[in-house]
Structures are given as structure tokens and as C-alpha cells.
Design a protein around this ligand. Structure first.
Ligand code: NAD
Length: 431
């Protein structure tokens, strides 16, 4: 099969490289010329474990993967065309901004020459794939294409594994021809007994938002329970663990912290609520989750402010929105660090991979090359992101570096008693 993938972000690039790993020929297209140049030289534009190897294998060895800025030539003989461009929130409201999707649909309509299946992999509100069909249908005959919804569930930080071994693949189609092609595309996964779940286009679109919103709800829920635990002297980690033994609840996504961030949950929760509103449906729970998560930044930052003197210097460890990625989009760590900075605190920070992106976003922090350097002569340490390298820091060594022994463990990666033995004041989350 020949594939064209439009958009070389996390989803487009990982999909292209993994489809090449399945043995398909994939051309990845982006309008960002510098990005395509960098990809053609074998450099991945973001940090994702395993991507460099997969890129170089299929770009240089198998040659199944290639990159281009020209959509017209890439789609000319593609059996499937994937739309994997961004769908951020609109600037002034909560809706998904679909301008990149519409622009790609127009380009496809203007350039398609032979029958292809157009696959929406971007996360898009219900009704979007139908509208893509309309846009293309206004430009070419209906028998040249079918539109399919195939939302993506990969997680940054474990994207390759998620793509190669997904929990499920959702395929929303409206006829047997495209359904058969999609089944063939995912045959390598079908052989590994991955559930390939066929449904309507609209249902597939809703499955993606409902899934992300549900996970965000779990996070929001446990964060509020953590607040109660903190108020009454209970331990939220024990609460989570005990809840997780119940198989109806499950143990995942019950870790309290500084609120969810990243390029998906915040925008998807908002878009899900605002899409439903258009159909006069009030997803009030989803709206409450969004509000609770927004309030969390101030709540967490003010807790820190309560325990540290004004104008002191704080070490902030971890800036990416989660470990194993350099993505700082909607990162709670960055938001909390900015809040503290704006209240007059100096921020000394370090992240294993996100320093470049963070510096571009906010140059007022002091950036250091290691956790230890960032802790030198500071009044408190804040662990914002649970990178593995922060799980076993040498605290006897850090004791000698810091001005004051105080630690705010926003992700509960340390045992209080261990650090208290070394003379640290320890503040976990929800305990
Ligand atoms: P991204 O913002 O990292 O990348 C999007 C890319 O599309 C950019 O490189 C941009 O230059 C390119 N682009 C925009 N318009 C284009 C056009 N007309 N022609 C060619 N290229 C164009 O996006 P992402 O994080 O990969 O997310 C893509 C979609 O997948 C979003 O809808 C997102 O919600 C969804 N999604 C993301 C993840 C994730 O973990 N990042 C996971 C699942 C689903």
C-alpha cells in the first residue's frame, strides 16, 4: 500500500514511521519547509524515544519513508491519504480550530487524481469528516474518494509502542469499500489480535473525545480527592491504590498532581463541551473537569507560596507536560513556574529534554544543565514532572547545595520519611 500522510507532528511522523515498519511506503508531507529539510537529513524535530532509529531505518535503509513539501505529487498515487494536522483550540473560544484540516481537504480536492481513502487521524469534532467529504465533493467526483475517521490514541513518550501495539483501533466508515481497505491496512495489527473496532464515522469521532475527556475526568477527580486528603490528613496514594483494586475503577490515571496538560487533554475537553453545546447538550461534568483543572495551577502555586518566603529562589525540576517528551504545550509545570515568577520568585530550572522549548517559550527563568546545578543555593525544590532521573536524586549531595531544605513533590515520587530523615521539609500532593 502507498500512503500519504499530511502533517509531520507527533501523530503524522509516528504514523508514517510505524506504517513503514509494517512494510508500507509512506510519504509524509508538511508545509513547514525547515521541518521537512530536517527530516530529510534524518533529524526528528521533537524528542520521542525510538524515533531517531525508526526514522533512519526507513529513510536510509528500507527507503519506505520519505518526506516532501508537495502534497500534489505525494498524493498522486496514494491509496490512502491521512490528515494528521493540528486541531488546536481557537484563540478566543473553546472550539477546535479546524483551519488546517479545511485547508488540507481543499488541497486534496484540488489534486486528487485516482481513487484514495481520505483518513481523518487528527482529533476532530463530530461532523468534521462529513464536512471534509463535502469540501472534496465540491471539487471532484464522489467515486474518486471515500472519507474515513480513524482517530489516533498514541501517547507522547511511548508513541511508537502505542502505535505498534494499540489497545484498539477505531475505524469509522460509511461503506464496505473503504472498510475493506482499512481492514487491510491494519492487518499486521489484526494478526496480533488487536481489536479493530468498526463503527460509523460520527461514532468514531465521538469515541476519541469521550476517551480523552474520561481520562481527564479521572485526573480531575483524584486531584480534588487529594485536596480533601490534604485537608483532613489522609493519604491520597492509599486512596488511589485501594480504589484501583476495584476492577470497575482501574488503577490507571488516579495519580494526583498539578493538573493535566499537553497538546491533547486541555483542548479536547474544551472542544468536546463546546461541540455538545452546539447540539443543545450540556456536558456539565466535562465542563466542571475543565474548570477544576484550570483552577489547579493557582491552587498548587499558592500552596508553595504559603510555605516559602517571598522573593526566594526556587528550583523547578521538570518542565515538559509529562516525562519522556520535550513537549511543553499546556504544561502545568511551566504554568506554575510562570505564576511563581510573576509573584516575584526567581526560578532556577532544569528538564532532561524540554529546555530548548521552554527557553523559547519563556526566557525569564534561569536555565541549568543538571538538577544539581538548578538546586544550588535555592530556598525550595519543586518536582514538576516525574522524569525517571528525578526519582533517585542524590539528596545527601543536594542537602549540601541548597540554602533551605524544602521540597514540593507535585508528583509524589518520593517517600516523605526518607527525605525528612535528611532534614528536608517535605510537601507531597494529597497527603
Ligand atoms: P503537531 O501540531 O505536532 O503537528 C501538526 C503538523 O501539521 C505541523 O508540523 C504543521 O506544520 C503541519 N501542517 C499544518 N497544516 C498543514 C498543511 N496544510 N499541509 C501540511 N502540513 C500541515 O500536531 P500533533 O500533536 O501531531 O497532533 C495532530 C492531531 O492529532 C491533533 O488533532 C491532535 O489532537 C491529534 N492527536 C495528537 C496526539 C499527540 O500525542 N500529540 C495524540 C493523539 C491525537
Amino acid at each position: 500500500m502507498k500512503l500519504a500522510i499530511v502533517g509531520t507532528g507527533y501523530v503524522g511522523l509516528v504514523s508514517g514511521a510505524c506504517f513503514a515498519e509494517f512494510g508500507y511506503e509512506a510519504v509524509c508531507i508538511d508545509k513547514d519547509v525547515a521541518r521537512i529539510e530536517s527530516l530529510n537529513s534524518g533529524k526528528c524535530p521533537f524528542y520521542e524515544p525510538g524515533m531517531d532509529n525508526l526514522l533512519s531505518k526507513h529513510l536510509k535503509n528500507t527507503k519506505l519513508l520519505s518526506f516532501s513539501t508537495s502534497l500534489s505529487s505525494a498524493i498522486s498515487n496514494a491509496d490512502l491519504i491521512f490528515i494528521t494536522v493540528g486541531t488546536p483550540s481557537k484563540r478566543l473560544d473553546d472550539e477546535a480550530d479546524l483551519k488546517y484540516v479545511w485547508s488540507v481537504a481543499n488541497e486534496i480536492g484540488n489534486n486528487i487524481k485516482k481513487y484514495s481513502v481520505i483518513v481523518t487521524k487528527s482529533t476532530v469534532p463530530v461532523g468534521t469528516s462529513r464536512k471534509i467529504k463535502k469540501i472534496i465533493g465540491n471539487l471532484v467526483s464522489d467515486d474518486l474518494y471515500d472519507v474515513v475517521s480513524n482517530p489516533e490514541f498514541l501517547r507522547e513518550g511511548s508513541a511508537i509502542d502505542d502505535f505498534m501495539r494499540p489497545n484498539r483501533v477505531i475505524v469509522g466508515t460509511e461503506n464496505n469499500r473503504s472498510k475493506k481497505i482499512m481492514k487491510e491496512l491494519y492487518r499486521p495489527l489484526y494478526l496480533k489480535e488487536t481489536p479493530i473496532f468498526s463503527t460509523s464515522i460520527e461514532t468514531a469521532e465521538i469515541i476519541k473525545y469521550a476517551s480523552n475527556s474520561f481520562l481527564a475526568t479521572k485526573i480531575g477527580f483524584i486531584n480534588e480527592v487529594a485536596d480533601l486528603c490534604e485537608a483532613v490528613g489522609a493519604d491520597v496514594q492509599d486512596v488511589s491504590k485501594a480504589m484501583g483494586f476495584d476492577q470497575r475503577i482501574g488503577s490507571k490515571f488516579l495519580n494526583p498532581g498539578p493538573g493535566y496538560g499537553g497538546s491533547c487533554f486541555p483542548k479536547d475537553v474544551k472542544a468536546f463541551f463546546s461541540t455538545a453545546k452546539k447540539f443543545d447538550v450540556n456536558l456539565s461534568i466535562i465542563n466542571a473537569v475543565h474548570e477544576s483543572n484550570q483552577n489547579r495551577i493557582e491552587k498548587v502555586a499558592n500552596k508553595i507560596i504559603n510555605y516559602v518566603e517571598s522573593s526566594s529562589t526556587l528550583s523547578f525540576l521538570g518542565l515538559s507536560f509529562k516525562p519522556n517528551t520535550d513537549d511543553i504545550r499546556e504544561s502545568s509545570s511551566i504554568k506554575i513556574a510562570i505564576y511563581l515568577y510573576e509573584k516575584g520568585y526567581k526560578i532556577n530550572c532544569y528538564d532532561p529534554k524540554a529546555m530548548y522549548n521552554a527557553r523559547k517559550e519563556f526566557d525569564k527563568f534561569n536555565y541549568f544543565d543538571s538538577a544539581y546545578e538548578a538546586c544550588n543555593n535555592t530556598d525550595a525544590i519543586i518536582i514538576g514532572t516525574e522524569w525517571n532521573e528525578f526519582r533517585a536524586l542524590n539528596f545527601p549531595e543536594i542537602s549540601k547545595l541548597v540554602k533551605k531544605k524544602k521540597i514540593f513533590d507535585l508528583r509524589n515520587i518520593y517517600d516523605a520519611s526518607e527525605l525528612e530523615r535528611l532534614g528536608f521539609e517535605y510537601y507531597g500532593t494529597g497527603k
